[in-house]
Design a binder for this molecule. Structure first.
Ligand code: PLP
Length: 381
């Protein structure tokens, strides 16, 4: 028999049968400390939970397999994972990131710049000429996010990797919205991939966690390991166990979410109250051609619309849905809607009338009907 696919291995959490009990579902290991024998030798090879216990090791193993990585580490949140990468940039080091990306990560980098810890250049996502121009011999880190919040701009990962490597920089990719069932950045040439596991990987909006995976167990990865242990931003065992449970259904969830999101994007294109639809699965999306080769398992459940009527109409639309829940975050089984501008604040480049949707697993017909009625309500006023 040929080796099982990544999908099959994920469903079974890599065929993890508990050696002692035969349990098909792995146990949770909450212990923070580990015993020694009469010779003071560790019984199980580890002495303390930080940096990782057996449950975290098991989940990290599945994630490394999924990402095609030499190694993976689990963090207590996506932001903790991003902070660990940033921490490895030498003092005064040059970082290139995106004008459009998860705003929390951008704020963290801008803060490091204000403190004089790094120098930072932001370029529009997907603009490879701007990325080339921004990359210097002293560039230490290029940070990309694809698809990029909230217009879902697509970055050509293979080309971005070439640009980074030409100047000796590390390419890190925030692949939160394109989990490894659809995109594997390391196989396209990226050095580090980061996921907010809070989103699609867990998929049930009940775990906060982050992941870093690496193409090579190199010097930077060792340093990330030191930061990981010394700052202690490790996830709890129960959270990790829940993440492992959610991961098992990643492929089937993402496929259905992608299918429904495409239906919604196509329908919204025809809605007279909608000015623009951003979804990489639409032929009209500027990144569609690259997305087709880079997102092989679906374009995902994230889309955004610009609502005719400006800020107020967008606010009314998001408030008028009955099935979509007005809340932040993404990638869960429940569909969410969010008027982005009030969330990101006045300094954000996000348009006033942009509403972001995270498509869940409800019936497509119900979701379409809900959006239709909410747009009508928003424009009746
Ligand atoms: N990256 C992206 C694309 C995100 O959407 C988020 C959170 O919304 C993060 C990173 C941060 O992850 P976390 O909330 O798990 O810290």
């Amino acid at each position: 028999m040929a080796d099982p696919t990544r999908e099959s291995r994920t469903v079974q959490a890599m065929h993890a049968i508990d050696a002692i009990t035969g349990a098909v579902i792995p146990p949770v290991h909450p212990s923070t400390t580990y015993a020694r024998d009469t010779h003071n030798a560790l019984i199980g090879g580890q002495d303390y939970r930080r940096p990782q216990g057996p449950t975290e090791k098991q989940a990290a193993g599945v994630l490394a397999m999924l990402d095609g990585a030499a190694d993976a580490r689990l963090f207590s949140s996506g932001m903790a994972a991003i902070a660990a990468v940033l921490e490895t940039v030498p003092a005064g080091g040059h970082v290139v990131a995106q004008t459009e990306m998860y705003y929390g990560a951008k704020l963290l980098m801008q803060r490091a710049q204000k403190q004089g810890r790094i120098t930072l250049k932001l370029v529009p996502p997907g603009d490879l000429d701007a990325l080339t121009a921004a990359s210097r011999p002293d560039t230490n880190l290029i940070w990309t996010e694809t698809p990029a919040n909230p217009s879902w701009a697509i970055v050509d990962i293979a080309k971005a990797a070439d640009i980074a490597h030409a100047v000796g920089a590390t390419l890190a990719v925030d692949s939160t919205c394109a989990p490894p069932c659809t995109t594997r950045p390391l196989e396209l040439g990226a050095d580090i991939v980061m996921h907010s596991a809070t989103k699609y990987l867990n998929g049930h909006s009940d775990v906060l966690a982050g992941v870093l995976s690496t193409r090579a167990a190199d010097e930077r990865w060792d340093e990330i390991g030191v930061v990981y242990n010394e700052t202690g931003a490790v996830p709890g065992a129960f959270e990790t166990w829940l993440l492992l449970r959610g991961l098992r259904t990643l492929f089937v969830r993402f496929e259905r979410q992608s299918e429904t999101a495409l239906k919604i994007a196509k329908r919204l294109l025809k809605n007279p109250h909608v000015g623009h639809v951003f979804y990489p699965g639409l032929k009209s999306h500027p990144g569609h051609v690259i997305a087709r080769t880079q997102m092989t398992g679906g374009f995902g459940g994230m889309l955004s619309v610009r609502v005719k009527g400006g800020f107020d109409a967008a606010a009314r639309f998001a408030a008028a849905t009955k099935l979509f829940i007005q809340a932040t975050s993404l990638g869960g089984v429940e569909s969410l809607i969010e008027h982005r501008k009030p969330i990101e604040g006045a300094g954000s480049p996000v348009p006033d009338d942009l509403v972001r949707l995270s498509v869940g697993l409800e019936s497509a017909g119900d979701l379409l009907a809900d959006l239709g009625q909410a747009l009508a309500v928003a424009h009746d006023q």
